[in-house]
Design a binder for this molecule. Structure first.
Ligand SMILES: [Zn+2]
Length: 95
């Protein structure tokens, strides 16, 4: 019955390893989702200057810096602070 015992032992170990891997994948998934939620809650996300779609978490993660529809680089949203700055400083006349 040595063979059966061995088989049982292996099945138990393999099962434990699988459960561990499953748990690890679950933990990673949770962490990724939490990071994504934290990112989505941010107000300083970059956005496309044309269609104003914010840069997604997946795009940040894959270091995609351009809007795939407009092929334009994402830019930081104008905050009211930078708007104040724009109004406070008179534009330099061209030419
Ligand atoms: Zn766009």
């Amino acid at each position: 019955m040595v063979i059966l015992d061995d088989w049982f032992g292996c099945a138990t170990v393999c099962g434990a390893v699988q459960a561990e891997a499953k748990q690890l994948a679950h933990t990673r998934d949770l962490e990724r989702r939490r990071a994504e939620e934290a990112y989505n809650a941010r107000v300083d996300k970059k956005e496309c200057p044309r269609c104003h779609v914010p840069q997604s978490y997946a795009e940040v993660h894959s270091k995609t810096k351009k809007c795939e529809r407009c092929n334009l680089f994402y830019r930081p949203k104008k905050s009211w602070v930078s708007l104040l700055f724009v109004f406070a400083v008179p534009p330099v006349a061209d030419g």
